[in-house]
Design a protein around this ligand. Structure first.
Ligand SMILES: CC(=O)N[C@H]1[C@@H](OP(=O)(O)OP(=O)(O)OC[C@H]2O[C@@H](n3ccc(=O)[nH]c3=O)[C@H](O)[C@@H]2O)O[C@H](CO)[C@@H](O)[C@@H]1O[C@H](C)C(=O)N[C@@H](C)C(=O)N[C@H](CCC(=O)O)C(=O)O
Ligand SMILES: Nc1ncnc2c1ncn2[C@@H]1O[C@H](COP(=O)(O)OP(=O)(O)OP(=O)(O)O)[C@@H](O)[C@H]1O
Ligand SMILES: N[C@H](CCC[C@H](N)C(=O)O)C(=O)O
Ligand SMILES: [Mg+2]
Length: 487
């Protein structure tokens, strides 16, 4: 394939090259000869062009933004400027991989919370459905880890191409607001788009909640979208629905009885939440049936309803969709329960936003004393810290503030920000996360509950750019064994 074909209607190529492969990272040029130098958040890829050339690049396509003076390259290197390159990259990669998304039913899921849960449940329910998201990409049983929830534009097309070769039928893909803003999903043809909710997060990156929502809306105006599934109980659902083009079929769900005129509405009522799961009645069109899912918490009912919406939109019969919900398996690091039965119940959960933390604590409340161990990530939204502190103080009986990926920030400063919302006798600080978890569990009575929030499935603690091995799940298991021996 020629570079001129890849860049058709995007940039004019005077000298052409045969394209062997694409890369946007000078450190990873294996099988690639075209290097895309992006205007990054921290630096410009052009700084690495020489290294890319040393590693095999013979064409450099760069974003002129942020470049004062272009370095001098050898004459046999093709050098091309493309304004707004990151927004074009997805289409360029889609062309290179022959539009893999057109051969798959790609379902994009966006929202502050619930993306991983919904995508995993969709993959559990649909045959030959692959995943791309926080837990990795591939089959749910064999996920390849990803750095980002939504990978970069080149990686996405390459992954989708691999799915086509493996004869996958569908893909459930988490679409983050960063991914949308940076054009990582441009060139992906989505069949369906799901909106879970929007609450505070990522205001370090987006300028305001309006900007954050604006980024998310980008998923609902993708060309050739066939259907959307919208959570009508989220206060911003009207805004999302208002942006959906007329020809796209709308599915909605609610627990409140709300319906949307002209949409296919799915309603849950007679809801009974328990530690064993959720039983409810579900109504679609004129049919009402009894339903059950083993997942716990009101937020998981929203996730399950969204997934049932996707299944219906994909022509799965209503009874089959409801039957699948009864078989859903819990997802790693999301309300993952350890202990219980003559031991404290310990929940490892990925709540790292105020809304998620509040919802998780509400689920576990009233099971003895409620212990909470959590912290907030460094180099992320600082404003959410005090809010999470306030929620912790309001809902938990004992709070231990600890470290959660401090990255390049001082752990003491992060905790200080959280403490602004929860300075009280019930709060103490133990920076070492292992000690914090051990302290909570060993002090808990057998009827108590302990929530360890924020890291869920993560297998590391990120400090100063280094990811040190660390697992909440492992520490919880070890400490529960120690609790039992001491009892
Ligand atoms: C702030 C942000 O989103 N950054 C993402 C962005 O990197 P960047 O623009 O900061 O890149 P940079 O470090 O400035 O480098 C500029 C360019 O030079 C290149 N480079 C850099 C170094 C080098 O040696 N050689 C080289 O070629 C880089 O590949 C890049 O193209 O583009 C990269 C490639 O797509 C992403 O991996 C990176 O995510 C970083 C790791 C990150 O932490 N992102 C988080 C905030 C994020 O994206 N989170 C969302 C949402 C999470 C959720 O709520 O679920 C996600 O989708 O993961
Ligand atoms: N629908 C929901 N509404 C509110 N909170 C939720 C919902 N679903 C899950 N949660 C909470 O949010 C946490 C993260 O859930 P999940 O991993 O599914 O979200 P996500 O959107 O993929 O998050 P991330 O942005 O980090 O990828 C869960 O551990 C739970 O505490
Ligand atoms: N995808 C989210 C995950 C946060 C998880 C938490 N453990 C943290 O590090 O803040 C982010 O990158 O903001
Ligand atoms: Mg996720």
């Amino acid at each position: 394939m020629k570079l001129s074909n890849l860049l058709k209607d995007i940039a004019k190529t005077v000298v052409d090259v045969d394209v062997k492969g694409l890369s946007l990272d000078s450190r990873n040029m294996a099988n690639a000869n075209v290097f895309f130098a992006l205007h990054g958040a921290k630096r410009h890829g052009i700084e690495y062009a020489e290294l890319a050339i040393a590693n095999g690049a013979n064409a450099i396509v760069y974003d002129p933004a942020g470049i004062e003076r272009l370095p001098e390259f050898a004459t046999d290197i093709v050098v091309l400027a493309v304004a707004g390159l990151n927004q074009h990259l997805g289409v360029i990669a889609a062309r290179f991989y022959n539009y893999p998304a057109d051969k798959l039913a790609v379902i994009g899921i966006t929202g502050t919370n619930g993306k991983t849960t919904c995508s995993q449940l969709i993959a559990q329910a649909l045959p030959d459905c692959a995943l791309i998201g926080t837990l990795g990409w591939g089959d749910s049983e064999h996920l390849v880890p990803t750095v980002n929830t939504t990978p970069d534009a080149l990686a996405i097309q390459k992954i989708l191409h691999g799915f086509v070769l493996q004869h996958k039928q569908a893909v459930a893909m988490e679409v983050s607001s960063h991914g949308l803003q940076q054009g990582r999903v441009n060139g992906v043809h989505f069949k369906g788009a799901v909106f879970t909710n929007i609450t505070r997060d990522h205001l370090d990156y987006h300028q305001s909640m309006d900007e954050y929502l604006r980024a998310k809306l980008g998923l609902f105006t993708k060309p050739d979208l066939e259907f959307v599934v919208i959570n009508l109980d989220d206060p911003k659902s009207d805004v999302v629905l208002a942006h959906v083009p007329d020809q796209v079929k709308c599915w909605t769900h609610s627990r409140s009885g709300r319906v949307w005129a002209g949409a296919e509405n799915i309603i849950a009522d007679h809801i009974n939440y328990s530690q064993a799961g959720i039983s409810f009645h579900i109504t679609w069109r004129t049919e009402t049936v009894k339903a059950f899912t083993p997942l716990v918490g009101s937020f998981n009912l929203e996730n399950v309803l969204a997934v049932i919406g996707v299944l219906l939109a994909m022509d799965v019969p209503f009874s089959a969709a409801v039957a699948r919900a009864a078989k859903f398996k819990a997802i790693a690091g999301r309300m993952e329960k350890f202990g219980g039965v003559n031991k404290p119940s310990v929940f490892v959960d990925y709540a790292h936003t105020p809304d998620a933390l509040e919802k998780v604590l509400q689920v576990v409340k009233n099971q003895g004393q409620l212990w909470l161990v959590f912290g907030c990530g460094g180099n992320r939204d600082q404003g959410k810290r005090a809010e999470m502190g306030r929620i912790a103080a309001a809902l938990a009986d004992q709070v231990i503030l600890t470290d959660d990926n401090p990255r390049h920030e001082s752990p003491a400063d992060i905790v200080k920000d959280i403490l602004a919302g929860c300075q009280s006798a019930k709060t103490r600080v133990i920076h070492n996360r292992e000690s914090a978890i051990r302290t909570a569990i060993l002090a808990a009575a057998k009827t108590d509950s302990v929530v360890v929030a924020g890291k869920g499935h993560e297998q590391y603690q990120e400090i100063n750019g280094e990811k040190l091995p660390f697992s909440d799940q492992d520490i919880v298991k070890q400490t529960l064994a120690a609790w039992e021996s001491a009892a």
